[in-house]
Design a binder for this molecule. Structure first.
Ligand SMILES: [Zn+2]
Ligand SMILES: [Zn+2]
Length: 219
């Protein structure tokens, strides 16, 4: 039997940060104060403060992909944190990460990218946060090493720049491919039941059903 009381659920705080208003998700298990940051977009000091205010201790940073606007806050989190922070990324996006996430393409100067990734994400890999087990799904198309984090226990997906409310990730940047993006969405998102929540890298939360019915890019 699944226990769905509020106290047993994944704790999620989200913030739109940085020059591309990228969604940062601070997630924690309810009992122990262990936390993970998915895509620390910008303002690492702010993210750390938010975690501290909740009594959460950030242990890992999970990146959906290697674009600079998704990890601009990583260095400050790692530098100012009392504990060692590990960064997780798919290896196909490591060259992008090493090129400062393509910041120069957008006219941003090179910046400190923070700790080098030591957890290499692969399709089907499981990531644990306390009692929560996330599945990594490799979803290329927006970038070569893009992944999403699926949490079946809570019927939700942290979907990065794969799919948004009424939109999809751009495919005109290096490593992008429209056909691959569509295939990734079909195989990994549209294959899920309608009620799954999608927590994207930009914009508002949506659901699989809502995008199946009305996303103009999936018609
Ligand atoms: Zn991106
Ligand atoms: Zn983005």
């Amino acid at each position: 039997m699944q226990n769905n009381t509020k106290e047993s659920r994944l704790q999620i705080a989200s913030y739109a940060l940085g020059p591309a208003m990228t969604n940062t998700y601070l997630i924690a298990e309810p009992i122990h104060p262990r936390a993970v940051v998915i895509d620390p977009a910008w303002n690492g000091d702010f993210i750390l403060r938010e975690a501290a205010n909740r009594g959460w201790e950030i242990e890992q940073i999970w990146l959906t992909h290697g674009h600079f606007d998704h990890f601009g806050g990583a260095a400050q989190i790692a530098n100012d944190s009392l504990s060692r922070i590990e960064v997780a990324l798919h290896s196909a996006d490591l060259p992008l990460w090493e090129a400062h996430g393509g910041a120069s393409l957008f006219g941003f100067p090179a910046f400190d990218p923070g700790p080098k990734p030591t957890i290499f994400l692969e399709d089907g890999m499981q990531l644990n946060l306390g009692n929560f087990t996330f599945e990594v799904l490799h979803t290329p198309g927006h970038s070569l090493g893009h992944v999403v984090f699926l949490l079946e226990q809570e019927r939700l997906v942290f979907s990065g720049d794969l799919i948004f409310m009424q939109s999809v990730g751009r495919t005109d940047l290096p490593g992008g491919s429209w056909e691959t993006l569509l295939q990734s969405i079909k195989e990994n998102i549209l294959s899920l039941p309608d009620d799954y929540r999608l927590l994207p890298g930009h914009g508002s939360e949506t659901t699989v059903g809502q995008e199946r019915r009305s996303n103009p890019f999936l018609k």
